[in-house]
Every structure is written in C-alpha cells, then in structure tokens.
Unconditional design. Structure first.
Length: 332
C-alpha cells in the first residue's frame, strides 16, 4: 500500500510514522511524502486525517505500477530525456568491455560521428568463468571518464557487486546493474541512495514480478530514476544464447511506469540478427536500445561473437531511424 501524506506532515513525523508502520518513507521529486509497505491493505486507524491519497495493491509492484503513477516516468540522462512524453529511443553503443584507451577511444569516436550521446563499456565484468577476462576495473572506469571529459559523452557501466558500487555511482552517468547482480542487495541499496539513473537488467532466470521487485528496492529507497532492461531470459531453446522476451516488454509497458530499454546483443549472442532484432525492438516504441559494438570484434576480450563492427553498427543505426519515426519516436 502507498499512503500519500498531507503536506502539513513534516519529514520527521513521516519518518517516525514509517518506523511505527514498519514501512518506507520517501519524498518524491514533486515534494509528496509517501509511505510504502506491502503489509497494509487499509489506512491504519487514527491516520485518516493525515492521508491525502492512498493506493492498494495486490502485489509488491507498487511505486513502479501504472495504477499508482499512470504516466511513464521521465529520466534525464545528461541533457537528454527518455520516458515521460519524450518519445525518444536512446541508442547506447560501445564494447562489452573497456579493453584499452585506443579501443574505447575508437568507440567514443564512432558514437560522436553518428551524433549519438551515450557510450557503454564494462569495467567490472561479471564472468561465468574465473579464467575469462575480468575487466580493467577502476582503470577501465577512468578510461571511460576520460572519454566523457574529452568528447562530452554520457557513459554507462555496470556494477557486478557492492565492493565497487560507490565508484560506479560517482563516475558513471547511468549505473548498470548486470543481470547476474539483479538481486544484489548491496548494489540495490546503494543505488536507492543516489539520484543518478539506474538501469536494472533482468536476471535471466527472473520472472517479470521479480524484475519489478528489484526496481521497487531502488524506488522505495528514494531513487525515482529507474530504467528496466530486458536482455533475454533462459528458456529450453539452445540455438540462441537467451530468448529476448518481447511479450515481457509488452507486459512491462502495460503494467509499469518505468522506461524500458532493450538489449538484443546479450539475448541473441550472435551478430547476425542484431540489426533486425534492434528494428523489431524499436518498432515497439521503446526508451532505449543497448547494442554492443567493438572496433575489432574478432579480438574482443568478452562477448566477441555478438559485437557488431563499427560499420555494422553505423548501418544498423541508419536503418533504425525510419522505424522509430514510423512509431512516433526519435533515435537519440
Ligand atoms: C553486459 O552488458 O556486458 C553484460 C554483462 O550484460 P548482462 O548483465 O545482461 O549479462
Ligand atoms: Mn557483454
């Protein structure tokens, strides 16, 4: 249940009330104080005159639910906006991992040359094998920061556990929570205490309900800037790396107020279908696309089989524009 308190109630009073009710309290951007809890189904006796409005839910999808906030949340990324009424699809490109200054500079220049704004690159890589490249860590993050400073790009990189979350929050413009880290309470908690946009990737074995509950951790802790990212789930199919759940995307668009970004690169795991999948995703009217691209994919240190060459990325970008336009969106 969400209780919206009267404007006359102070933050301190709200905090005391939240403790009493074993609930969370947050102050929204438009200065409403909300108390959220899953246990309550009715306004507690004695509080009636302190409550301006309330919402009852039958699941723990609350702050993210359209029944609470019917309009899609608007998120600022640098000087760009996604969500709200912006009708913009943020095309995020860059390599799976930051590998060297030369490599990430080439990717930064690609993004710049296309008039795009957002560069990705993993530094703390959540690998399945301890023998695989684990990322450059802090040094990689500093290379991304260098690209941000030199080219004026916004950057996105992932946190794989809570040991480095503070440095990712400090330096990255969007904090990516990887699919394997979707349940990491340390990361979710830290992300709830910043106002920077947080992109949560769906765990590949997670239901939609579990996915939105991860978002609720961040929202109920006080960060309203949450973006969901569908990147494929594990099914019985082994021909592709994962299965991109477009039905799930339709469900999220229908039931939640959160912007949704799609990542076909990690879903398919191969380059051959990425441009057509990206066009299919764009046709759904989405808030962003995350596509891996590398100056020389053959020698990529992670996810080599799915990264587009810069030429392929450029071609794909041009082919996305008319698709986005057809559904009233603009690629940014
Ligand atoms: C990535 O974006 O490079 C990545 C590791 O993604 P995921 O968490 O979706 O596997
Ligand atoms: Mn990757």
């Amino acid at each position: 249940m969400i209780l919206q308190l009267h404007k006359s109630i102070s933050t301190q009073e709200a905090a005391n009330l939240a403790v009493e009710l074993k609930a969370f309290h947050i102050t929204t951007n438009d200065n409403h104080i909300l108390i959220t809890s899953s246990g309550m189904k009715e306004v507690p006796v004695g509080l009636e005159n302190k409550i301006e409005q309330y919402w009852v839910f039958n699941s723990d999808m609350q702050l993210s639910a359209k029944s609470f906030l019917p309009q899609k949340r608007q998120i600022c990324i640098g000087d760009k906006i996604i969500g709200g009424n912006s009708m913009q699809t943020l095309l995020i490109g860059g390599p799976c991992s930051v590998e060297s200054e030369e490599q990430i500079r080439q990717s930064a220049e690609l993004i710049m040359s296309l008039g795009l704004t957002t560069l990705r690159g993993g530094c703390y890589k959540p690998r399945t094998s301890p023998y695989s490249f684990q990322g450059l860590g802090y040094d990689g993050l500093m290379l991304l920061v260098k690209m941000k400073e030199e080219y004026g790009l916004t950057i996105i990189t992932e946190a794989k556990d809570a040991t480095h979350i503070e440095e990712v929050i400090e330096h990255s413009d969007i904090i990516q929570i990887g699919a394997k880290a979707m349940y990491d309470q340390g990361i979710l908690h830290a992300c709830s205490k910043t106002t920077k946009p947080v992109l949560i990737k769906r765990g590949f074995g997670s239901t939609l309900q579990e996915f939105v509950q991860a978002a609720e951790f961040v929202l109920s802790g006080g960060n309203e800037n949450v973006i969901l990212c569908e990147r494929g789930i594990r099914t019985f199919e082994t021909g592709t790396r994962f299965t991109l759940d477009l039905c799930g995307v339709a469900w999220l668009q229908h039931h939640t107020n959160l912007p949704v970004i799609l990542d076909p690169s990690h879903a398919l795991g191969k380059t051959y279908g990425i441009p057509s999948l990206a066009r299919a995703c764009t046709a759904m009217g989405i808030d962003g696309l995350l596509i891996e691209t590398h100056p020389n994919p053959k020698v990529a240190k992670s996810d080599a089989s799915q990264q587009l060459t810069h030429e392929e990325f450029t071609q794909m970008y041009h082919s996305l524009k008319p698709v986005a336009e057809a559904v009233g969106y603009k690629i940014i």
